[in-house]
Design a binder for this molecule. Sequence first.
Ligand SMILES: [Ca+2]
Ligand SMILES: [Ca+2]
Length: 433
Amino acid sequence: MNYIDFGIAVSLFLIFFGLVLIFTTNYFSNLSSLTKTSEFRAVSEGVFNIFFERKGTPENWEKNYSVFPVQLGLAGDLYIIPVLIKEDGGLDRTNEPITVEIIFDETCQNKSWNNTIRVYDENYNQMNLEISNATYCISQFLNQSNITWNVNISANQNKNYFLYYSPDDSITAPSYVPLSYNTSSWIPTDRDEWTNTTTSWSRLGGASGTVTNDTTYKKIGNSSVNITGTFDTNTLGLRYNPYNNITGASNGWYVDAWLYIDDKSNLKNVTFRMNDNNVSILVNITDYVSSGIWHHFEKRIDSTSGWLNWTSFNASSIDYIDFYSENNSKDLTRTIKIDGLHLKKKPLEVKTFPETLTNAFSSVKFNALKNMDYDEIRKTLGENYQFKIEVGGDSYGEPVNKSANAVCYDYPRVIQSTNGSINKAVTRLCIWK
Ligand SMILES: [Ca+2]
Ligand SMILES: [Ca+2]
C-alpha cells in the first residue's frame, strides 16, 4: 500500500471515529434532556453499555446461559476488511471474478470462523463467494485463504466491498451457489476451456511426441496440455490453432497462461508467440522460466509492452498461439506444459485495506438473552428498573410503560445475524421504573 492509500485509510478511520463520537454525544445529550435525575441517567448509560457495548463475562456466555453470566453483554467481535476495486482499463466488466488473498489470523488467535466470512457491497448486498487455498489454525478457524467473488463494474468506475468475519463458531455455512466463471472479461469465458482438452493443440516442431492432457500436473481446472518429445534440429513446443480465428479481444487486452518446462539446461531459447494471420509477435522468456517450476506469463498486447517483431498486430483476430523452446542439437527430450491459456481485459486494480475490529450486535447472544428469565436480568440492573430491547423486528422485555416516563433511544448498529448475514439496523433500548 502506498502513502496515498494509507492517507485515505486514515481519513476514513477519522471520519468514522468522528461519526461515532457525534452519535454517542447525541445519544447522551438526548438522554440528559429526557432524564431528570443524574441517577437515572447513570443507570440508563449503564444499561446501554451493558447490552450494546460489552461482550459479557465470560465473552461466550451465550453457549451456557443456564448459568447466569458474571456480566451480560450483547456485543461480539466483528472484523471488517474494506476492498477497493478500480476499473482503469476503460472497459465495462460483467461477472469478472476477483480474488483477494487474506491473512485472517497470522498468529492463530482463532479470530475467523470460516462460516462467518461474508462479502457485501457498499449497499449491504451480499456477494456470492468462493473460499479457496485455505489454511486453518484449528478446526474451522482460518489462518488464511483466497476469497473470490464476481464484480460488475463500468469503465473507469470504483467500487467498495467489505469483507466481514468473526470468531462466532455457532454460525453455520451460507448456502452459496457455485461461483460463475462466465465473464465478458475473459476469452474463453472460464479462462481454462482451451487447456482442458487437446482439441486444436498440436506438436510444434520436434521429431516425436504426442500432445496429451496432464490431469496431475496442472495449475487450473482438470488438466494442463502436455508434450514430452524429442527435438528435431530446431524446436519443440505446443501450438494452439483453432479452426476459426480467436475473436472478441482487441489490442490492449492481455494474454495470460501458466507455462512449464521440465529442464531448461542446454536449450537456446524459450518463447511465447502469437500470430494474427499476418505477423507473429513473440516474447523471449528464457530468463524468466526455471526448470520444473510453473511460470505465470501475463502480458499486455500492444506495441509498447515488449513484444519482439511487432510491426503491427491485430488482437481482434488471432490465428494461433505457440509456446516452444529452441535448441541447436537433435535428440534432446523435454516436457513442456501450458495451462489456463486465455485472453483477458486489463486486470482490475484491487486494494485491500487493513482489518478493523468493531463491536457488532450479536443475534446469537440476543437469542440466548431471550431464553433467560426477565426478572433475573432486571435484578442485575437494580432499583426495580424495567427494560425493553428492540432490534429490527425482534424484541425482548416488557411492553414499554409510557406513563412511567420511559427513556428510549435509537442507535444504528451493525448486526451479525444468527445465520451470519450482516446488516445495519436500528437498535432501541427503553428503560423505566
Ligand atoms: Ca486447465
Ligand atoms: Ca487458426
